[in-house]
Design a protein around this ligand. Structure first.
Ligand SMILES: *Cc1c(COP(=O)(O)O)cnc(C)c1O
Length: 438
């Protein structure tokens, strides 16, 4: 049955200002009062969504139609999702060594090998869709130290009315990450900045506040945008369907908590999730909060699961607006795994089952192992696998003594043209280059 309810509108977590359309929330990112946009209601899922097998893109169409009714025509939405979410999303059972009942949901089969492809690709196409009615070009400006930059560069490349300007700290990203950033893509300009990631972020911030840049119509593509959030609930529904589960506990490796927020929205829509396990590395402010401590977020420290090195998780504000403290602590259990525990986890799983997990996934798997040992709960469990092990060959070799198999789409990057413009770490240098180039 086609739903005829109007789409949810979006309100600020800080409670001021008018409710806005999805389009406006997507295009502006942050609410005017500095808060994050949350939906004013959560459309209910239909049990058929997880009980009847279907192609991933069809499930995506049906679920997101309820969120975008009257905002994006059905046919346009179908085309956007077919194009954005065209890669497999397998649910892989672990077998042997006490791991039966644990399933890995591999979210890394997109072009840049991390789960960020879901959000970035969908968001790019939705933005381009809304720009088609306007004679406007947007510039997405991002500072990156890892997965986000490549997912954004790849996800937005080739969208006609959007160009991407990417800043990364030269010499401070891994060789695989650098390849992914400097591969030449239509509409994407990459700068190799002589500075740190913090310098890059400072330049981005300054650009947003600078009048000269206003002519470029700057926008960001960070993890707080609703355009990244909505597609991140789809694979939770898909995983429950694939496993044929009546109820399941789902473990999420966490950084900015965007991935987990997608799952919480699916659960609030009726998906039968028994509990969520929030897996932190040494940056464990969220896990400590869930254990009952007062909120105490501090600066991040570096770990080998570096996409989770977030001191102050931006989506925490969204979670606390969606759930009160008591509900959140009942619904989500947190735990922390340090680097030694992560390496040991990678080794343990490989030896018991032959499965090669990347460091982020290994943090999640270790949280499940401990939870099982402590509670005797025998599952089922799903662990979201957020990145492909081949993105972290040095760590895989250190833990397992083998080299991860490099998938074709990653190997192909070494045959592509590359380009990055060297840049001094200040805004004037960026200005001089960008504006000479327009
Ligand atoms: C971004 C990222 C995370 C953290 O996801 P959040 O939505 O920020 O919590 C975990 N693992 C990998 C590989 C990532 O790229």
């Amino acid at each position: 049955m086609a739903s005829t309810q109007p789409a949810p509108r979006y309100v600020s977590t800080r409670g001021t200002g008018e409710a806005v359309s999805f389009q406006q929330a997507l295009m502006t990112g942050l609410a005017p009062d500095g808060g994050l946009y949350i939906p004013d209601r959560i459309p209910a899922l239909d049990p058929a969504d997880w009980q009847e097998p279907e192609r991933f893109a069809n499930l995506a169409r049906r679920v997101l139609a309820r969120w975008l009714e009257g905002e994006v025509p059905r046919e346009a939405l179908a085309a956007i999702l077919d194009d954005a979410l065209s890669f497999p999303v397998p649910l892989v059972p672990l077998e042997g060594g006490g791991w039966d009942g644990v399933f890995v949901l591999e979210l890394f089969h997109g072009p840049t090998l991390s789960f960020k492809d879901f959000g970035a690709r969908t968001m790019a196409r939705l933005m381009q869709h809304f720009l088609e009615d306007r004679a406007e070009t947007l510039t997405i400006l991002v500072a990156t130290s890892g997965d986000t930059g490549s997912a954004v560069a790849d996800g937005f490349a080739g969208q006609e009315q959007i160009r991407v300007v990417l800043l990364y700290p030269k010499g401070q990203v891994s060789p695989v990450q650098e390849r992914q950033l400097i591969a030449v893509r239509p509409g994407v300009h990459t700068y190799a900045v002589a500075g740190t990631f913090d310098d890059c972020q400072r330049m981005v911030k300054a650009a947003f506040a600078d009048e000269d840049f206003a002519t470029l119509k700057l926008s960001s593509a960070n993890s707080i945008n609703v355009g990244r959030l909505l597609p991140q609930m789809l694979y939770y529904i898909w995983a429950v369907e694939q496993g044929g589960f009546d109820e399941v506990t789902i473990c999420v490796p966490c950084g900015n908590l965007g991935n987990l927020t997608g799952g919480v929205i699916a659960a609030l829509g009726g998906l039968p999730v028994r509990q969520f396990l929030a897996a932190n590395n040494a940056n464990d402010g969220f896990a400590r909060y869930l254990r009952g401590e007062a909120v105490d977020f501090v600066d991040s420290v570096r770990t080998i699961s570096n996409a989770m090195d977030v001191g102050v998780p931006s989506n925490f504000e969204r979670l606390t607006a969606l759930l009160d403290d008591e509900t959140m602590r009942r619904m989500i259990i947190g735990d922390r795994v340090d680097d030694a525990g992560t390496l040991a986890s990678m080794r343990r799983i490989y030896e018991a089952t032959g499965y090669v997990a990347d460091p982020h996934t290994a943090v999640g798997l270790e949280v499940v192992r401990r939870h099982r040992a402590a509670t005797g709960d025998d599952g089922p469990f799903i662990v979201l696998s957020t990145a492909h092990p081949a993105k972290f060959p040095e760590t895989v070799t250190q833990a397992l003594g083998i080299e991860p198999v490099r998938p074709e789409r990653l190997a192909a990057l070494w045959h592509k043209d590359t380009h990055a413009t060297p840049l001094a770490a200040n805004l004037d240098a960026l200005k001089a280059d960008l504006f000479s180039d327009v």
